[in-house]
Write a protein that binds this ligand. Structure first.
Ligand code: URP
Ligand code: ZN
Ligand code: ZN
Length: 464
């Protein structure tokens, strides 16, 4: 199998030049001007960008949560990702409390096996970690699961106490792996929620009004302090606001190994959306909640000046009908999460590059390379180089589309709305290669399936 991508503008996190890219089998074989090679498939990329496939480090496919299950499974979610220019996801496997993390991993392998169209890896969500279970973490590392997520939020569900955090952080540090942290003081938030519900404040907007940014900042501060003492690299997930970002900057300034991720929803949407009538605000009930608009400037600054390192989607879709509606009586019953896996590359290109907030190189870094480096996928993934996996997107920087929830040109997620519905974006995925297989051409699916589990390397190690 060979593919020649001709006449494109090749952009990586550091490079920007015009060249042909020749792919043989699963990897990039040659890059050069006017390559004199024959290929089974030739793509003309004149006027297009040729960029590394997107890496989404934060997805929740087929995840039981909030009394229901996220609406995309590994088949529909990875198909949607592919259409949107993402060629690798890192999804969250979950440990059932009191059971083995290895069993949780097995369950997620079963969910994904044979269904995915793009490559995938797993973080492991730890829901308890008594001393006797700590050796499991090294076994997970050997299985290629080299990062964990722990929660200060969702008491009684995914929440773990600070002692558990410390134990897991220590072990992860010793094993050369990374901790991902959902940093929000869920215990205090639950008290605020109780007061709101007592006072009859149950509409969707109260989801945001009961989650002050200060309590996200407190979580970030605490996670950084524990990581500093435990000596483990830390990754703050879905950072949503100025206050929390300030804590990241403080930690970094004193030398703590902490990086942070934000998500398109925090960059593009704000909490006024919860005011929509007829319960529509429920569509954007996610945690952390959408914030006041002014926070967005701080987040863009953070991306530009590298206090924010990656953009993940936190794709956790629930249909409005039948799922979000579980919370008609009270916002506390609305399943938390929103769709986004398909839209990330376009909305960030439009709001970031087209609007002049970030450079093209930084765009590639934020949507692909930095996640590859943070999570042990680089240089197999996250760049275009000889020997790297041919996960390549031909991206049209001029194409404009209006994001819809039912137009098959813009929506393949298994959910009855889009978080960005009605938004016109500039920048669209035209063709996608996943390890050398042409899976999307002219924006349409060519081939389904073929995605593989990727065993990731540890922190600071290269994956070949
Ligand atoms: O609302 C969200 N973010 N749902 C997914 C679970 C999580 O906290 O990432
Ligand atoms: Zn979270
Ligand atoms: Zn999440």
């Amino acid at each position: 199998m060979s593919v020649l991508i001709k006449n494109g503008r090749v952009v990586t996190a550091v490079d920007d030049y015009f060249a042909d890219v020749y792919v043989e089998g699963e990897t990039v074989a040659r890059i050069g001007k006017d390559l004199d090679v024959q290929a089974q498939t030739v793509l003309d990329a004149k006027g297009k960008l040729v960029i590394p496939g997107g890496i989404d480090p934060h997805t929740h496919l087929d995840m039981p949560f909030g009394g229901t299950t996220s609406a995309d499974d590994f088949e529909t979610g990875t198909l949607a990702a592919a259409h949107g220019g993402t060629t690798t996801i890192i999804d969250f496997a979950i440990q059932t409390k009191g059971e083995s993390t290895l069993k949780g991993l097995e369950t997620w392998h079963q969910k994904a096996e044979g269904k995915a169209t793009i490559d995938y890896a797993f973080h492991m969500i730890i829901t308890d970690m008594p001393v006797e279970r700590l050796p499991e973490m090294r076994r997970l590392r050997d299985e290629g699961v080299t990062s964990y997520k722990l929660f200060m939020a969702y008491p009684g569900v995914l929440y773990v106490d600070d002692g558990t955090l410390y134990r897991a952080f220590r072990q992860a540090g010793d094993d050369g792996t990374r901790i991902c942290m959902h940093a929000e003081n869920g215990i205090v938030i639950d008290e605020i929620i109780r007061e709101a519900v007592r006072d009859g404040k149950v509409e969707p907007k109260w989801h945001a009004l009961t989650r002050p940014t200060r309590l996200e900042a407190e979580g970030v501060h605490r996670a950084i302090a524990i990581a500093e003492v435990a000596n483990v690299p830390l990754y703050i997930v879905h950072l949503s606001c100025h206050d929390a970002l300030e804590e990241v900057k403080r930690g970094r300034a004193r030398g703590v190994d902490v990086v942070a991720e934000t998500c398109p929803q925090y960059l593009l949407l704000d909490r006024s959306i919860y005011e929509r009538p007829d319960f529509e605000g429920a569509k954007w009930v996610m945690t952390p909640a959408l914030r006041e608009k002014w926070n967005q400037d701080s987040l863009w600054q953070g991306l530009k000046f590298r206090d924010l390192e990656t953009i993940g989607t936190d794709h956790c879709p629930f249909c409005f009908k039948g799922q979000k509606e579980l919370g008609r009586e009270s916002f506390t019953k609305i399943p938390n999460g929103a769709p986004g896996i398909e839209n990330r590359m376009s909305v960030i290109f439009d709001e970031g590059v087209v609007k002049g907030r970030i450079s093209l190189n930084r765009y590639v870094e934020l949507t692909s390379t930095a996640a590859a480096k943070a999570f042990g996928l680089f240089p197999k993934k996250g760049t275009i180089a000889v020997g790297s996996d041919a996960d390549i997107v031909v991206f049209d920087p001029d194409a404009k589309r209006v994001i819809s929830k039912d137009d098959a040109r813009t929506h393949h997620m298994n959910v009855d709305y889009s978080a960005y519905e009605g938004r016109e974006v500039q920048g669209w995925t035209e063709a996608v290669l996943s390890r050398g297989r042409l899976i999307v051409k002219d924006g349409s699916l060519v081939e389904k399936g073929g995605g593989r589990f990727i065993r990731r390397a540890g922190v600071g190690e290269l994956l070949r």
